[in-house]
Structure formats: structure tokens, C-alpha cells
Design a binder for this molecule. Sequence first.
Ligand code: NAD
Length: 450
Amino acid sequence: MLEVINPATEEVIETMGSATVEDADEAVSRAKAAFPKWKSIEPADRVKMLRRLAEALDSERENLARLESRNTGKPISEALGEMGMVAETFHYYAGMPERVLGDTIPVSGGIDMTFREPLGVVALIVPWNFPLTIASWKMAPALAAGNTIVLKPAELTPLTAARFERIAKEAGIPEGVVNVVVGPGSSVGQRLAEHPDVAKVAFTGSTDVGRRVMEAASGTIKRVTLELGGKSANIVFADADLERAAASAPSGFLGNAGQDCCARSRILVQKTAMDDFMSLLETAVKNVRVGNPADSDTEMGPLISASHREKVASFVPDDAPVAFRGDAPGGSGFWFAPTVLAPVSNDDHAAREEIFGPVAAVIPFEDEADAVRLANDTIYGLSGSVWTRDGAKALRVARAVDTGVISINSNTSVRVATPFGGFKQSGVGRELGPHALDHYTEVKNVYFAL
Ligand code: NAD
């Protein structure tokens, strides 16, 4: 049995059965049996079904947000935003079945054309930090392209995935098209990644497990997309609007209590602006409201678990250069106060490893070349920001940083209509936008001799 905990109170909120490898096999069989019919439904009918599902998700937004907030500890305001994005993602891809287009290619002696075919059964393995949101980025394009799916949520946060399965059924998605298995990654996840009837694995999680998934998938040469860890840089030049940059920086490393693959947990600050920026940042961090996730004005909740809190704490040993901390409640709950380390060398542990908690390392730099060198001195390449009033410099730096997503004068990373994914060890492939459909279809080339 699986005990699902509320990280803000440490109370058990639900007990549910934990799936076995046999359950995973059954889910794959159901998805395999449903594939031929789902694939051949008229595209216009698939549009209608996915629209109904998107509308059901709109109606369920508040219920899903409350559930996600209780299960993850994320503030209700963030959970509402995320559940809005889940519905929006389904609305966006609901329009796609009629737009999975091919080409006609001029060749001699006949007509050549391409088709985009669905892959078959797709396994979707997701982490605990944005449970249903990340699942929706995979489910919506997979279904729109005509695949059937088996979703495995993280053991810590299975509740919204289980609810989603019911919502999909009630919205009229045919039996077997959407399957959810709640179970351990090391057995159920591993089995899905190895299963001979799974055509593709779409995985989001840590880089270490991503490597294992890639190996497991290699047995049958599965298609694999991976969204992995990050250690992104928030680069603040001295000529930036420092007040805006400092006011925004907390959202870059404290959003979701820092448990965000896009967290800008390295703040690179030009040396000449260091003192001014640090004093503005201290005010901004100390103003962040940390507390009960159910309160509408809470901005940061607890960490996901006791063991994760221990891991985060290991990055702040007694001799760490703590510049300042924000507040956190005491008592039950896996709380950790926002913490800023400064100055940090880019070679330090806290600047190299993904902390996945509310801890930022402030790293000083000299000039543009130094900033780019430091930003790129990491195995990761997921996200990032550049703050400057010089437009040409902003674009030069945005192009020079090896990262999948970068924002200028902003700390946001993700939009439904734009591609998201990593360079280097942050992943393989792209989610969201039209690009995601490429990863859920195979190109077929047909030559017709005249
Ligand atoms: P994790 O890698 O421990 O687990 C992710 C999922 O993989 C879970 O469902 C888990 O049960 C499953 N799993 C574990 N072992 C497996 C195996 N051997 N085979 C198949 N599946 C297995 O990650 P986590 O701790 O849940 O999440 C945090 C990590 O996720 C961080 O590294 C974070 O950066 C990353 N992440 C990346 C993105 C992105 O889009 N790049 C988004 C969110 C989180």
C-alpha cells in the first residue's frame, strides 16, 4: 500500500494500492488493444473528444488545484495556475489532430508524399514537482497524434493523475486509451521503459534516472524523450533595471520551493552591481510569504518530503557562506527557509549540483565574456535569464548560452505554444508547442509511380 502524505502537515491524506509489474503489463495490453481504433478515428472526431476533455479539465480546475496543493505542498495560487495550464495544454493540442500534416515532394516519375503516423503505446513517466502539469505536456500531444498512453506518476504525488484517468473516462475518451499505473519507479517505471510493446518513453525526472530509462529503452530501440535536471543561470548585468531584476529573482529560485528543473539557482551578478543588487535581493527574499499552502496569499510552501529536506540541507553546511535567509514556519511540515549563499565560486558544490530547494548561489562576474563562460560551465542547459537594458547585449548573451530556454528581463520559462527542453545533460527532445508532435509521430514516405 502507498501512503500519500501532505508535506505541509505530514498527515496521511490517502492510502492507495501500489501497482506491480503485472499491473504495468496489463495497462500496456489495454493501451495496445485500444491503439488501432484510436489511431483510425476521424481526426475531426478526435478533435471533438479532446475538446470535451479540455472543457472537463476547465470545470475541474479548482478541485484538481486543491488536490495538487495538498499532495505537493505547493501554494494554492501556484496550483491554480498550473491546473489552468493543464486545461490550456489540452485545448491547444485538441486542435492538432487535423494539423498533423505531411509534405508532397517533387521527384521524377511519380508523386512522393509523407505522412506522420502515430507510434503506438507511449509510456509517460513523470516526477513529483509538477505532477499533472508535466503529465499534460506529454498526454495531450501523444493523444492528439493518435497514440494510446500509460502514465506513471511519481509515488509521492499520484492523486491528480488518478483523478485525471476518471475525468478522461467521463469525458468520453474510449476505454484503454488513457491508463494510469501508480507504482514504484524501480519496478513499474523500469518495466514500462523496457516493455517490448511500448514504442516510446517520454520521461521527466532526474538526470541519473533519465540515463537508466535511456538504457532500458535501448533493448527495443524505443523512441525516447527526456526532460532532466538543470542548474540555470540568472545573469544580472550592472546596466539592468536592478530593482526589477531583484524583485523577480525570488520567483526564479523560490517558485515551487525551488523544486523546479528551471530554477535559476545560480544568480550571476556583475561585480560593480553586487552591493546594490544584494541589498535589493535581501528585501525581496525576506518579503516572500512562506506558510500554509491553502492560504491564497502564500507564495512558498514546504519541500516534498523529510528525506528531500535533508538533501537540500546538505548544501548549506555550518560553514556555508549564508548571506541571508527568509522565514519558514516551525512544527510539522517539511519546511526550509529561503536561503541565499554569497559569494560562491562556480566550482563550489552549491553551484554545480541541482539543489532542488529554495537555495540560490550568487556568483560574481567581470564582464559579458565572463558571464557567458560561467553560465556555460555546467553539465546542464535547461533554462536561464539575462537582465540588461542593452538589447544587443541581451540577444548576444541569449544566443551564446547553451540552454534550451532563456528569457530576457524575465524569469519565466514555459508557455504552452513554445518549445521547452534542454541542451546537454538536461535532456533530449522538446515538449509543448508544435515541436512536441514531432516526438509522438514517425515520418512515413510514400512513393506513387505514375
Ligand atoms: P526521479 O528521476 O527520481 O523520478 C522521476 C520518475 O521516474 C518518477 O515517476 C519515478 O518513480 C520514476 N523512476 C524512478 N526510477 C525509475 C527507473 N529505474 N525506471 C523508470 N522510471 C523510474 O525524479 P524526481 O525526484 O521525481 O523529480 C525531480 C527531478 O526531476 C529533478 O532532477 C528535476 O530537475 C527533474 N525535472 C525535470 C523537468 C524538465 O522538464 N526538465 C521538469 C521537472 C522535474
